[in-house]
Design a protein. Structure first.
Length: 322
């Protein structure tokens, strides 16, 4: 009986994951990036363009709050900020939200992006990008474009995690949760494949990949939202001027203050399902790519919350999970 129930749960999980995969056609909704193949293809840092966009939206939120007069308090300002920076659009079928900021970057012609065909990527051993083959391949992987951001190669999906997961982490923290617990829940457990976690439908259960770089972007996003919405902190972007009774922008935003090497999946190496891990390892050997040194990631603040555990010990290089 237990075995039959387990098989039934596996069938249900497969069907749900296959349906969800059908909604991932947009590049920003893609699950994984190939930062190895893109490393030599990016020449223009996108940070100035993205910084400018975020700062314009912060200023617009402040202007809208001030236009409402004295009745607009910090909570009112926060609503304007969330609307202009943290708003999302639902994906088809699943209605999973994706940040409009990430969509803007994906559609912006002035942002240099590296787009790799799936067959040429490190995941291209089998046609994982064809969701109708899910019952055969057992996973669905779409590739997000990569950009150069603050001199790091990062996938566009990391902008999504920075805004969307970062905001969710901040909200949970404000409700009294401990940050380590929040990130632990975002990572999830292999025993819960249907959860919206890295081990679940955001990652391994559907794609075969656990992205620690996704966790790193979400952690940085938490710091960003804390600085953005808490007007009384020294690091806050916005302050209240008692003399003029208006909100003012006290400092400019830059991604350089939040992006780290932990956002780069070629350094903060992902964990893989064993079969996929072997395929990725073969692809890297074919490219003659040596493992990147990741031991310096251990020095990042709260590294244990979002860095691949292989980088936190004495080892100085990561290897694909086998």
């Amino acid at each position: 009986m237990k075995e039959r129930c387990a098989r039934a749960r596996a069938v249900v999980a497969t069907c749900i994951a296959a349906v969800m995969a059908m909604s991932l056609a947009d590049p920003v909704a893609a699950d994984e990036t190939d930062n190895y193949t893109c490393r030599s293809r990016l020449t223009v840092d996108s940070q100035p363009a993205l910084d400018r966009l975020v700062n314009e939206r912060i200023q617009l939120a402040v202007d809208r709050a001030n236009a409402k007069g004295a009745r607009c308090d910090a909570a009112c300002l926060a609503r304007e900020i969330r609307r202009l920076i943290g708003s999302s659009e639902p994906a088809p079928i699943t209605w999973i939200a994706h940040s409009r900021l990430a969509l803007w970057v994906a559609r912006r012609s002035g942002v240099e992006r590296c787009r790799v065909s799936f067959s040429d990527s490190i995941y291209g051993a089998r046609p994982y990008d064809q969701p109708w083959l899910f019952p055969v391949t057992r996973r669905v992987i779409f590739l997000a474009d990569s950009i150069l951001l603050s001199r790091r190669v990062v996938g566009l999906d990391k902008i999504d995690h920075f805004i969307r997961e970062g905001q969710a982490h901040y909200d949970a923290f404000e409700r009294g949760r401990i940050l380590s617990d929040i990130l632990r829940d975002e990572l999830g457990r292999a025993a819960r494949p249907l959860a919206m976690t890295e081990y679940g439908l955001k990652g391994r259960a559907l794609t075969g990949v656990v992205s620690y770089a996704d966790l790193a972007a979400g952690y940085a996003g938490f710091l960003f939202w804390r600085d953005l919405l808490a007007v009384d902190r020294p690091q806050s972007f916005v302050a209240y001027d008692d003399a003029t009774r208006r909100f003012v922008v006290r400092r400019q935003f830059t991604f350089a203050g939040y992006v780290s090497d932990a956002w780069d999946e070629a350094i903060n190496r992902s964990g893989f399902h064993p079969a996929l891990g072997r395929e990725v390892e073969q692809a890297l050997r074919a490219r003659d790519v040596a493992p990147f040194d990741c031991h310096r990631l251990a020095d990042l603040p709260d590294a244990r919350l979002y860095v691949n555990p292989e980088c936190l010990g004495d080892v100085k290089t990561t290897k694909a999970s086998a």
